[in-house]
Design a protein around this ligand. Sequence first.
Ligand code: ADP
Ligand code: 5GP
Length: 198
Amino acid sequence: MSNNLPNLVFIISGPSGVGKSTLIHRVMSQDPRLAFSISHTTRPPRPGEKDGRDYYFVTRDTFEKLISEDAFLEWAEVYGEYYGTSKREIDRLSSLGKDVILDIDVQGARQVMERLDRNRWTSIFILPPDLKALEQRLIARGKDPKDRIARRLKIAEQEIAQAERYDYRIVNDVLERATRDLKNIIERERTKHFHIDR
Ligand code: ADP
Ligand code: 5GP
């Protein structure tokens, strides 16, 4: 008899600048069983971002070729750029025995919820305390040009309206508390899905 934990997929969404990457980094640094799914994108890298660590940065031609080859578990056009999760990335992380974190938008999240077995995924939406705080965070991050920030804020309200579809919602006001909430959700879901092979 051996204890067996199935690979779980944690879908994390929320408007740009709400703190998803920050929360994910904090939780992952304390939990070696978690792995981040590196997405493909056509967006240009921000200062400090690295190909193959933050994203696989590709051209529109390459991305469209991958779509035609059915290489994506999900993909979407977000803020005028393509973003997608490759099937190969999920297989790679699952074969390492990791639970997988997806930082994806609401359109992509819906596709994953439809395509993966219900027992495999948990969805979590990160909310800002309010829209003003969101704008301040996007400006404070200082890594997007002004027009990109404006576009992201315009879409934020539509994204927030989707929060009800998620299993859990976390308000990222105080970072410490929000990190703890995310950690607790992950632990709770592991306990729920724990089973014993005979
Ligand atoms: P996202 O990945 O959702 O686009 P980031 O993690 O890049 O967002 O965070 C955007 C900015 O907000 C960063 O400068 C980050 O340091 C800051 N931030 C994250 N969480 C908080 C918080 N709870 N309070 C204040 N600032 C925060
Ligand atoms: P950013 O450009 O700020 O890194 O990400 C912009 C938006 O794209 C965020 O909402 C993020 O969750 C989303 N995103 C990142 N990777 C993917 C992906 O692989 N698929 C989808 N559908 N959205 C993604």
